[in-house]
Each structure stands twice: as C-alpha cells, then as structure tokens.
Design a binder for this molecule. Structure first.
Ligand code: AMP
Length: 283
C-alpha cells in the first residue's frame, strides 16, 4: 500500500494508474476505522481495479465548540488495517495540504444543507461538500463509496454530483451495526459503559418505528411521538431531532404511503449520535 500525504503525489499516482486503463474506487473517511468503513472499502476492492482511501479529519465540517480536537484518531492502527485489506493507496493529507492559507472557495447544496443535522450544525455540509469535491478533483474516482449511516450526507453529495456534472458514481451501502443494533460510528468511542447501553435507544426507536409501520400505522406524527417518548425515558439521552422525511428531498412526510426515511440525532453523554432506517409500508 502506498501512503501519500501530498496532493501532487496522489495526482501522479492516479495518472499512472489511468494510463494503464485501471478503474479507480475511492472511500473518503475521517479514520478510526470500523466495519462500516471496511464494508465500503471491500466493495471498492471487489468492484474497481485500484482502491484509494483517504483519512482526513476535516476541520471545515466541525463548528466552533464541536469535537474536532478530540475526534478519535489512530493512524497507525488504521494503516495496518488498510494494508491487510489490500488497499492500494492511502491518502493522509495534513490540514494545510487540503486547506492552504487563503483558501476561500466553498460549496453549498442549498435547502438540503439546512434540514435535519443542518439545523444544529449549520456549516457541516458546506464543509463536507467542499472537502469531498476537492478529494474528487484530486483522486478522480470512477466510483466513490459512502454509507447510508450518514443518509443526509449521501443525498446531498448525490445532488452535488448531479448539479456540478461530476464524472463520479456515488454508491451508498447499508448501515453496519453491532449485534445489539447500535450503528457503528467512530464517535461511539466517546461512550462509557452506561452511555453505550443508553445509546441503544436510537436503534430501538427506529425498530419501533418500523414495527408501527408494519402494523399499518401511517401517521408520521404518531410514530415520531412514540420514538420521542422512548428517548425521553432514557435519562442519559437527549433528543436533537426525530423526523420522518422524503427519501429524495428530506421534507417532512405526513402520511407514510411509500418508502420513507426515519432519521434521528440524539446526544448521549458527550457524543451526538445519528441513525436512520427506511420505513416500508405494506402493500
Ligand atoms: P466517517 O469516517 O465517519 O466520515 O465515515 C466515512 C464513511 O463511512 C461515510 O461514507 C460514512 O457514511 C460511512 N460509515 C460510517 N459509519 C458507517 C456505518 N455504521 N455503516 C455504513 N457506513 C458507515
């Protein structure tokens, strides 16, 4: 595995691979890798000739007072894992390599950026879109892999790719979970034992939502109220939002008549956790 820290090195490497007619798969991450990341990486290894993974804790997507400084990092361990998986190229830029002094260009996907997580983290998606567009320009992938765990992010990035005519296919893979249902996340590292238990309220709430839809509940309000009630009964959890939204435009849905997305964000201790599930009404 080649580990590269400079943009110019990656561009040269990719030019070389392209001249050999190879296809490029790309998995952008913030590191502290878990099985959720590895699923994306393995899919890229299966589907493309060359797999590039980036690890960059992107300062632009954290707001003031958020967890940028204490976001978990372990490059040595991540690097070992990626080598074992057979990744071809790891790109680990320093902050100045991605955002040089004077950087003043940002990408925003309007409307979508202000919904759901955008309400409590107003600059998050501008940071995500800007860094992902930069990474796409550096790596020039045929396919880039993202997780359904960050459903809003995936929807926003697809919109950006379409709006800006980017030559990359976005592939979104299902949420990887622990056996007890907790969605894998680097931020789970923040949880102590009690908080780890309390964090199950996210996946349990979503399961409950899915059960209610299976029992033919169609009213979003009834489902949202029930999930909010579950969260309020968990003393270590504090709700940020619970919503049921359209899968394409993220607008609230009143009646669940087709596939719809249940999404939530909950604070547990120092961690702000997100999760989601697709609600499928019976025919
Ligand atoms: P991150 O390092 O958290 O920025 O995540 C990098 C990529 O991995 C993003 O596309 C995430 O959506 C994806 N990802 C993170 N956690 C999971 C998970 N539990 N299941 C599937 N994909 C995930």
């Amino acid at each position: 595995m080649k580990t590269l820290t400079r943009v110019i090195q990656v561009k040269e490497e990719i030019r070389d691979m392209r001249s050999q007619g190879k296809t490029i798969g790309f998995v952008p991450t913030m590191g502290y890798l878990h099985e959720g990341h590895l699923n994306l990486i393995r899919e890229s290894l299966r589907k493309t000739d060359v797999t590039v993974v980036s690890i960059f804790v992107n300062p632009a997507q954290f707001g003031p007072g958020e967890d940028f400084a204490r976001y978990p990092r372990n490059l040595e361990r991540d690097s070992e894992i990626l080598k074992k998986e057979g990744v071809d190229c790891l790109f680990v830029p320093g902050p100045e390599e991605m955002f040089h002094k004077g950087h003043n260009t940002y990408v925003d996907v309007y409307d979508l950026k202000d919904k759901l997580c955008g309400r409590s983290r107003p600059t998050q998606f501008r940071g995500v879109c800007t860094v992902v567009l930069k990474l796409f320009n550096i790596v020039g992938p045929d396919v880039s892999y993202f997780g359904q765990k960050d459903a809003q992010q995936a929807i926003i990035l697809k919109r950006m790719v379409e709006d800006l005519n980017l030559d990359v296919k976005i592939d979104v893979l299902p949420i990887a979970r622990e056996e007890d249902g907790l969605a894998l996340s680097s931020r789970n590292e923040y949880l102590n034992k009690e908080e780890r238990k309390a964090a199950l309220v996210l996946s349990k709430g979503l399961k409950e939502a899915q059960m209610m839809v299976e029992k033919r509940e169609e009213k979003s309000e009834a489902i949202i109220d029930r999930v909010k009630e579950m969260i309020s009964q968990e003393p270590l959890a504090k709700m940020d939002y619970v919503e049921i939204v359209d899968m394409d435009n993220l607008d609230p849905v009143v009646r669940i008549e087709k596939e719809t997305l249940a999404v939530l964000a909950v604070f547990v201790g120092k961690a702000r956790l997100i999760d989601n599930a697709i609600l499928r009404p019976k025919e």
